[in-house]
Structure formats: C-alpha cells, structure tokens
Design a protein around this ligand. Structure first.
Ligand SMILES: *[C@@H]1O[C@H](CO)[C@@H](O)[C@H](O)[C@H]1NC(C)=O
Ligand SMILES: *[C@@H]1O[C@H](CO)[C@@H](O)[C@H](O)[C@H]1NC(C)=O
Ligand SMILES: *[C@@H]1O[C@H](CO)[C@@H](O)[C@H](O)[C@H]1NC(C)=O
Ligand SMILES: *[C@@H]1O[C@H](CO)[C@@H](O)[C@H](O)[C@H]1NC(C)=O
Ligand SMILES: *[C@@H]1O[C@H](CO)[C@@H](O)[C@H](O)[C@H]1NC(C)=O
Ligand SMILES: *[C@@H]1O[C@H](CO)[C@@H](O)[C@H](O)[C@H]1NC(C)=O
Ligand SMILES: *[C@@H]1O[C@H](CO)[C@@H](O)[C@H](O)[C@H]1NC(C)=O
Length: 167
C-alpha cells in the first residue's frame, strides 16, 4: 500500500489538482452569485481560479478558500487528491452531506474551517487519520476523542454544523 501511494504521489501534478477542483465544481448545485461556475474554467490556469492559491516549491494548490460564496453542494471524494493542500475553508456556505473520510489523507493540511454549513455525520472518523495536529482543541464533546490524535492540524472549526449525530 505504501509503495502504491508513493508512486501515485510522484505522478500527480497540477492537472490532478485541476481535476479535483472540477469534481468539486460538478458537485456544486447552486452558485447564485456565479462565483465559480464561470470562473473555474479550463481556459484559465487553475492557480488563477477564484478561491485557489498555489504555493512554492511545487506550484500546486495549497489553499482552497470558498468563504462566503453562498454555494450549495456536497464534497466529492476527489477533493482528497489535493495532496498539497494546507488551508481549506468552506466557511459560510450551504455545503451539506458528509465529509469524505479520504480527506484524512491530506497530510499537509493545517487549517480547516467548515463553520456555517450543513455538514453532518461521519466527520469524527477521518480526524483520527489526519496526522499533523499541533493545536486542535475546543471541540464539541460529541466528536470522537480520536480527534486529539491529530499531530499537525492547527486550526479546525466545525461550529454551526450538525455534527452531534452518530456515524
Ligand atoms: C500531468 O501528468 C500527466 C501524466 O501523469 C500528463 O499527461 C500531463 O501532461 C501532466 N500535466 C502537466 C500540466 O504537467
Ligand atoms: C477568476 O477570478 C479571479 C479572482 O477574482 C480573477 O483574477 C480572474 O480574472 C477570474 N478569471 C475569469 C476567467 O473570470
Ligand atoms: C478566505 O477568504 C476570506 C474572505 O474572502 C478571508 O477573510 C480569509 O482570510 C481567507 N482565509 C484564508 C485561509 O485564506
Ligand atoms: C455569509 O456570507 C454572506 C455573503 O455571501 C454575508 O452576507 C454574510 O454576512 C456572511 N455571514 C457570516 C456569518 O459571515
Ligand atoms: C483522484 O481521486 C479519485 C477518487 O478518489 C481517484 O479515483 C483518482 O484516481 C484520483 N486521481 C488522481 C490523478 O490521483
Ligand atoms: C494515536 O496515535 C498513536 C500512534 O499513531 C496510536 O498508537 C494511538 O493509539 C492513537 N490514539 C488514539 C486515541 O487514536
Ligand atoms: C469558530 O467559528 C465561530 C464562528 O465563526 C467563532 O465564533 C468561533 O470563535 C470559532 N472558534 C475557533 C476556535 O476559532
């Protein structure tokens, strides 16, 4: 398994990130202010898409920030292909459904903000597999204690969602 993952990591590039973001776009069902439907076009380099920041040294997507865009939709499995992601914010939209467990594979992720959405359910499971927590705390007691095993995540904010249900 480790060998397979290593090969995959070596063969991904910015096209991988573009595919992941296009998958997310295809899972957005409402974009009333046309923030991304027009902007996230393959005629433009992905690093110039609104809400997307690329970083050195690999020139891969490091920040995805969709704060305050009034988007409705779900989060697809493919988002876990953004393997260089450091910051992720869906704050203040209407994303719903569950978060893919595979997001736990994003080993560089340090900040997550899912506040003011309608996520629910299985969130606790993937916290346990994120591996970089430095400072995560102040979570609802309804979230599994495996969350405290994160070793690098600095900021995670899940307020104003419906996380109290069991998996
Ligand atoms: C990304 O890698 C694929 C093969 O894995 C290749 O076909 C494609 O041209 C590469 N894209 C860029 C932008 O380097
Ligand atoms: C997409 O949005 C970014 C940031 O607002 C802007 O710089 C860029 O010109 C836009 N691209 C298109 C094709 O609308
Ligand atoms: C995300 O965008 C919001 C508003 O556009 C901004 O206030 C916030 O600082 C950004 N966060 C990150 C991590 O870039
Ligand atoms: C959410 O975003 C909308 C704009 O899309 C803004 O008017 C509203 O103040 C924001 N709410 C919060 C809690 O940030
Ligand atoms: C992206 O993710 C999907 C679903 O997890 C996977 O099937 C696909 O092989 C991935 N693509 C790349 C280039 O890693
Ligand atoms: C935390 O991680 C360590 C090492 O990966 C493991 O041995 C331990 O069981 C984990 N604790 C919890 C609560 O998951
Ligand atoms: C989480 O987000 C809510 C709403 O924006 C805010 O009131 C709260 O202070 C945040 N918590 C942390 C730990 O940042």
């Amino acid at each position: 398994m480790a060998a397979i993952l290593t090969v995959a990591a070596q063969t991904t590039n910015i096209s991988t990130d573009q595919s992941a973001l296009l998958a997310l776009k295809s899972h957005i069902t409402n974009d009333p202010h046309n923030k991304i439907f027009t902007n996230w076009s393959t005629t433009t380099a992905v690093c110039n898409w609104v809400g997307v920041t690329c970083g050195a040294p690999h020139h891969r997507v490091t920040v995805l920030n969709l704060t305050n865009m009034k988007l409705t939709g779900t989060i697809p499995l493919q988002l876990s292909n953004l393997s260089f992601l450091v910051r992720l914010s869906f704050k203040n939209n209407s994303f719903h459904g569950t978060l893919p467990l595979e997001l736990g594979h994003l080993r560089r992720l340090k900040g997550i903000d899912f506040t003011y959405n309608n996520f629910k359910g299985i969130i606790s499971s993937w916290f346990g597999s994120l591996s970089k927590l430095q400072n995560g705390n102040k979570f609802s007691s309804s979230i599994s204690t495996t969350i405290f095993n994160l070793s690098a995540l600095e900021i995670i904010n899940l307020s104003f969602n419906r996380l109290s249900g069991t998996n």
